[in-house]
Design a protein around this ligand. Structure first.
Ligand SMILES: [Zn+2]
Ligand SMILES: [Zn+2]
Ligand SMILES: [Zn+2]
Length: 865
């Protein structure tokens, strides 16, 4: 055994052994219970970053642990390989997106292998592979047949910089999620998936997801945004038609003193014609349309509006009330028109104060009269209806139902449920994605490509200029196609699918990645699904995670997917962050380029100004606070990188980078290595025994620590994912073993126990640091690999303490220590303490005034004089 801990040699050796033995190959063993652990697959950007290392190390601990627990484990890896960066690389560097992507995949795969991650590489998939994306097309056609995929002209979010359409989910506070450009609106013919058909199920089934973080559940709930209410028609005065409003507070309809409509409402401009308000309305529309939807919807945005000059009738009070345009009314939610009830809605209240519109109380607390002129804010709570004609005196919840029924009976409106969720626009005017399998024929219209002609492959004769619409428009070989119906000349759809389509079902593909007669083999999917543990970033709370649920349900309803929810448990890991350095003039600086010293102060290398030590922020290239995992692995080895990231913080919390933490992890492994080296000869001579009975008291304590640690690490991994506290417990166990082994006598007397403890510790460590654990196991004389060894178990009996070490003080000073049976009662322990020879000598003939007992720890004898 080498004296020094040579991480690189050990890691290469074990990675080779695992590969040769296909140690992590998953199989559908009918006799074994299955466990499917999955980390969100990466985009092949070129290199892995510390966020990946953290994400995959967490998953690997789970996979290795469950294997040792006897489960048949599926732990696959693949590539979310379509997307914009590949196309941008093509524009900038004149390399084909496919070549660029393949090169990145190869490099990153090598990097992942160096981390010692226990993937079944035979199941590797890449979504840009025609064998994969043909099934995107196949599923698209199934959706099309069932009306779940459809085309419509619509105003879409358009990123002028990426020159593409964005889904609502990809617009964050009015800017592009990818490039931060301000998003504009554009009218285009687009393909949509009817996710809204599943709105209610997606909402209701959130109840089942007890293994998901509350935060993600509530983000999905808000995103779906269900409101139960009513539609009410407010007839226009002096012209045909009515304004249809949606409200969840139909109980307040008698208090509606005006109607507000969105600037996008189809009647917005028309209503002002001939009223003298036309000019003002036009200006208002132009101005408000420029501001983002998000800011218009925000509660703290100043409420503003303009009178349209038109009036409508409140169908309950018969009053003539004005119609306003208001900035805070949005077209995409509800009907684009709201009945304004200033007394009971805060936004309407602020609006009414500003434009001096009437406020009328129609709900008030039980036994208390509210006066409109005294209100300081809207009264939004429950109460009793007043000034509400035949409904006065009812509780407002009862009134809600009665008014809804009344509306339906008289044709004034109807009950209505609204969702904030919109259909999913999947068309992208980009090259590097799945071609949408549709052919347009002059005679027959939009025709689905027949199944036996799939895949519709991406052509290679495409120039990448970065300008204009879809690059596929430029390909002669791609565009022209025969109409599948009449055989006439047809033209292919040139839009490609949103890459979120690719990731909406990839977890099903892993069950049978080479299956070629359907997206997946139903039986194999039935064995593996659902994913027991899914791990990824919280940024996917409403994007990927909602789409994946939708796909699973839609595929289940077609008799394909074996389950209705894809992921039983979800862990959203925190970010990896690090301190930043900045110069006032030259901005962010790499720590490595600073000049000076920690004590003398760091200086900017360019201007010699003092450097500002900035906040701890998420690692990013732009802030120059990244650590390249490859450097880390080169310097310390993969086990150190894994141990540090798993030890520094619980998985769901942010992890702050610390060079000292990395050093500490390395030193621990090096100490462990030396310890085994020192005691290896002795350890190989004895057999291990975790339940060794005949032991001196201090070794009894070591035995307890061993069993306690096995229990704690098992609980921490199994139920809580508290890897950091598990590792801390293992480190404490190592300290106990090291201390015991320092005494030659104890080492000899307890050799079997110490060996048992050491072996248990290696097993407990193996999911975290698999290479060194396997090597130490081997050095202790074992021939199996650790993935073949069962997880250690503890004995409840050995957990119990059978003796206690009690400190004995005389007048507060420690004078002796006694060992007593753990079940001895207080009076006997006090008597034993008084009988102790050293204590007797100290007390002598003096009188004992009192005895203080601290249970299980200490006896203090207070004497007089
Ligand atoms: Zn963009
Ligand atoms: Zn045709
Ligand atoms: Zn500078």
């Amino acid at each position: 055994m080498e004296e020094r801990y040579l991480a690189k040699t050990i890691e290469e050796k074990w990675q080779r052994i695992w590969a040769e033995n296909q140690s992590f190959r998953a199989s559908e063993d009918p006799a074994a219970r299955k466990y499917y652990v999955l980390e969100m697959f990466p985009y092949p950007s070129g290199r892995i970053h510390m966020g990946h290392v953290r994400n995959y190390s967490i998953g690997d601990v789970v996979a290795r642990y469950q294997r040792m627990r006897g489960y048949s484990v599926l732990h696959p890896m693949g590539w979310d390989a379509f997307g914009l960066p590949a196309e941008n690389a093509a524009i900038e560097r004149r390399v084909h997106p496919g070549a660029w992507t393949q090169e990145n995949i190869l490099y990153m795969k090598t990097q992942l292998k160096r981390m010692g991650l226990s993937y079944d590489w035979q199941r590797e998939i890449a979504t840009c592979d025609p064998d994969y994306y043909r099934w995107n097309q196949w599923i698209f056609l199934k959706f099309y047949q069932r009306g779940l995929a459809y085309k419509k002209s619509s105003s879409v979010n358009w990123c002028p910089s990426c020159e593409t359409v964005l889904a609502n989910e990809q617009v964050i506070d009015g800017v592009c999620w990818r490039c931060d450009s301000t998003v504009t609106q554009k009218e285009l013919d687009q393909w949509f998936f009817r996710i809204t058909d599943y709105a209610e199920q997606l909402l209701a089934d959130l109840e089942q997801l007890t293994g998901w973080p509350d935060k993600v559940i509530s983000m999905q709930r808000n995103w779906i945004g269900k409101s139960v209410g009513a539609e009410i028609l407010f007839p226009l005065i002096g012209r045909e038609g009515a304004l249809k409003v949606f409200t969840t507070r139909q109980d307040t309809v008698y208090g509606a003193t005006f109607v507000s409509i969105a600037v996008e409402h189809p009647l917005a401009l028309e209503l002002s014609q001939g009223t003298g308000q036309e000019q003002a309305v036009r200006e208002f529309i132009d101005r408000i349309k420029k501001s983002s939807q998000a800011s218009r919807g925000a509660a703290d945005t100043e409420k503003e509006g303009v009178l349209t000059g038109a009036y409508c009738q409140n169908p309950f009070t018969q009053e003539r009330i004005p119609v306003y345009l208001a900035n805070f009314v949005l077209m995409e939610y509800g009907t684009g028109a709201v009945m304004a009830v200033p007394a009971h809605d805060q936004r309407d209240f602020e609006f009414a104060l500003k434009y001096r519109l009437p406020v009328r109380v129609v709900i008030q607390p039980q036994g208390m009269a509210l006066r409109a002129e005294k209100l300081a804010q809207a009264y939004v709570d429950e109460g009793v209806m007043v000034n509400s004609g035949p409904f006065s005196g009812l509780s407002n919840t009862e009134g809600k139902n009665k008014i809804a029924t009344y509306l339906e009976e008289r044709g004034l409106g109807k009950n209505s449920v609204r969702y904030r969720l919109r259909d999913w626009g999947v068309s992208r005017q980009r090259y590097w994605g799945t071609p949408i399998p549709i052919i347009y024929c002059e005679k027959c219209g939009a025709m689905p490509v027949p199944e036996d002609q799939l895949p519709v492959s991406l052509p290679t004769d495409v120039p990448f200029s970065g300008k204009g619409g879809s690059p596929l428009l430029e390909s002669k070989t791609f565009i022209s196609a025969c109409c599948p119906q009449c055989g006439g000349a047809g033209r292919r759809e040139t839009d490609t699918m949103d890459t979120f389509v690719d990731s909406s079902w990839y977890f099903l593909r892993y069950a049978s990645p080479r299956f070629d007669s359907a997206p997946f083999d139903h039986q194999k999917a039935a064995y593996w699904m659902p994913v027991n543990q899914y791990i990824g970033g919280v940024e996917h709370a409403v994007l990927h995670l909602l789409y994946a649920r939708f796909f699973t349900k839609a595929l289940r309803d077609m008799g394909l997917a074996p389950v209705g929810e894809p992921f039983t448990n979800l862990l959203t890991q925190g970010m990896v962050s690090k301190e930043t350095y900045r110069c006032v003039e030259h901005n962010w600086l790499f720590p490595g380029e600073l000049v000076g010293s920690e004590n003398g102060g760091w200086k900017c290398p360019q201007c010699d100004r003092s450097v500002i030590r900035g906040r701890v922020e998420k690692m990013s290239k732009s802030k120059k606070n990244i650590v390249d995992p490859e450097d880390l692995v080169d310097r310390y080895g993969a086990d150190t990188a894994r141990l540090f990231t798993l030890f520094a913080a619980p998985p769901e919390k942010d992890l702050e980078w610390s060079d000292q933490g990395v050093e500490g992890a390395y030193r621990f492994l090096a100490r462990l290595w030396r310890f085994v080296g020192q005691h290896r000869e002795l350890m190989r001579e004895v057999s291990s025994n975790l339940l060794e009975a005949e032991l001196p008291p201090d070794l009894c304590e070591v035995r307890r620590v061993i069993h306690r640690t096995i229990k704690k690490v098992t609980d921490d991994i199994d139920t809580r994912f508290h890897f950091n506290t598990a590792i801390a417990a293992i480190m404490e166990l190592f300290n106990s073993l090291s201390a015991a082994a320092q005494h030659e006598g104890r080492l000899q007397a307890g050799a079997s126990l110490l060996k048992g403890g050491l072996e248990a510790m290696i097993l407990l460590l193996s999911p975290f640091v698999p290479h060194i654990a396997n090597e130490l196991w081997y050095q202790l004389g074992h021939s199996e690999r650790l993935d073949q060894v069962p997880w250690p178990s503890y004995s409840e009996a050995a957990l119990r303490e059978d003796t206690l070490l009690i400190v004995v003080q005389v007048n507060g000073k420690v004078r002796s220590k006694i060992t007593v049976p753990a079940d001895m009662d207080r009076s006997r322990i006090e008597a034993e303490a008084l009988q102790d020879e050293k204590v007797r000598n100290m007390v002598g003939n003096r009188k004992v005034a009192k005895v203080v007992y601290v249970p299980r720890r200490l006896v203090n004898i207070v004497v007089e004089g």
